[in-house]
Design a binder for this molecule. Structure first.
Ligand SMILES: [Zn+2]
Length: 81
């Protein structure tokens, strides 16, 4: 499973619970930590290695709104403000 596949599964399971809040640490040489908190209290947390940081994850990290599986998911977090 890739990080993105895990993330898509998390969003699919939880998006009906309410708004999700995404955050990510500043990238370091070995990657960065991505966290996404669901309104229900479950937190998705993954270490993203540079090799895993494909275009979709870069978009995820830098965009205020992301689209997974064709549906927009509103996000807010310190990384984007
Ligand atoms: Zn949830």
């Amino acid at each position: 499973m890739t990080v993105l596949a895990d993330l898509e599964e998390f969003v699919r399971d939880h998006r009906q619970h309410g708004q999700m809040t995404g955050d990510a640490t500043e990238p370091e040489w070995n990657g960065y930590r991505l966290t996404v908190a669901c309104a229900c209290g479950v937190v998705f947390e993954r270490w993203v290695a540079p090799a895993d940081a494909d275009a979709d994850l870069v978009r995820w990290r830098s965009a205020p709104v992301m689209s997974l599986s064709g549906r927009p998911v509103p996000l807010c977090g310190p990384a984007w403000h």
